[in-house]
Design a protein around this ligand. Structure first.
Ligand code: ZN
Length: 336
């Protein structure tokens, strides 16, 4: 279920992300030759509803249509079937950003085998850096996420934004797998379809294509990074009903404008939502996979309040995304 090209399929750049299925019936890896080697790897539409990645790369490829790229580019177009319906993934599909490592179980999904084929192909060709472009659904600033703290990773992130998030879980994401091969980054470009997100991602990829090496960048360039570390992923347990509007059936009611808490350093005691009973807990799983809800939350007088100073990110007001992915991540500032 992987098509490999050495050119841009005719007519591809005329399509919107929800039309790519007309030319591509499965994920595609497109190798384009440029002046410098090895190639920059860019993955897009791992989540079918996150359109900024396609809009930015389509514009970049149009720009270089009649001139050679400054560096070779390998473009991976992921979940084309979900993009058709503008969904993160289809009901019968795995999340395409959770397929990049094969687990213990004997059954390898076709999507996992496809991801391994992409990794093997890029390992044999060599990779300069890997950029995976995403959107999120709540209000968030643009920021980069890295899975390693070496200077090359920091430079890659600082070229995009001052705010950088370091995370090491889940290990099934594309950027974690590619970190074995090269510096990697996940770009979080705000909400889909916004011109500023498209422009920022386009300008960033263009900058990376024009980069000679990471060693030529001065250490001073990464001195001002605001570095945060993900400490927990917060989910609403399956059995617990919730919404963002007052509803008597709900076990938890979150504030209607809760996404304004994203990237705010919150004090102990900050309210996270109303709980109907003491059983209406939030799950907070650490990077090591341990349930730590008691470390971060307590219920007092029907309110879920923070027990620890943290900074949330990726709070989504979309109940479907909250169910499919998470309510948010919790982060703490890293000083080194
Ligand atoms: Zn995404």
């Amino acid at each position: 279920m992987l098509n490999i090209f050495d050119h841009i399929p005719q007519g591809l750049l005329d399509l919107e992300s929800d039309q790519l299925w007309q030319l591509l019936d499965c994920p595609a890896l497109i190798h384009l030759e440029g002046d410098r080697q090895p190639a920059l790897f860019v993955s897009i539409l791992l989540h079918g509803n996150e359109t900024t990645s396609w809009l930015a790369m389509r514009e970049l490829l149009r720009k270089y249509q009649n001139q050679k790229l400054p560096r070779s580019l390998s473009l991976f177009i992921g979940n084309i079937q979900a993009a058709k319906y503008r969904l993160r993934h289809l009901e019968d599909q795995p999340d395409y950003n959770r397929i990049w490592q094969i687990g213990e179980s004997a059954n390898t999904l076709p999507e996992q085998a496809m991801a391994q084929a992409v990794i093997a192909e890029m390992r044999s060709r060599g990779v300069f850096a890997s950029i995976d472009i995403h959107n999120n659904t709540g209000r968030n600033p643009h920021y980069g996420c890295i899975t390693r703290l070496d200077n090359h990773s920091r430079h890659l992130a600082r070229l995009f934004a001052k705010t950088v998030v370091y995370y090491t879980s889940p290990k099934t994401v594309q950027s974690y797998a590619f970190a074995e091969l090269c510096p990697t980054i996940v770009l979080e470009c705000g909400q889909p379809d916004k011109p500023d997100g498209t422009a920022h991602a386009l300008e960033y990829v263009d900058t990376c294509l024009n980069l000679d090496s990471f060693d030529s960048l001065p250490d001073s360039a990464i001195a001002d990074i605001d570095l945060f570390h993900t400490v927990a992923i917060v989910k609403v347990p399956e059995s617990i009903k919730f919404s963002f509007t007052e509803n008597p059936d709900d076990d938890i009611t979150f504030p209607a404008d809760m996404d304004c808490l994203n990237f705010q350093e919150l004090a102990i005691g900050t309210k996270f939502g109303k709980a109907k009973t003491d059983q209406a807990y939030l799950s907070a799983v650490s990077e090591e996979g341990e349930e730590k809800c008691d470390r971060y939350f307590q219920i007092t007088d029907g309110e879920i309040i923070l027990k620890k100073a943290v900074m949330p990110s990726m709070i989504s007001l979309n109940p479907k995304i909250v169910r499919q992915d998470c309510l948010c991540y919790l982060m703490e500032r890293l000083t080194s």
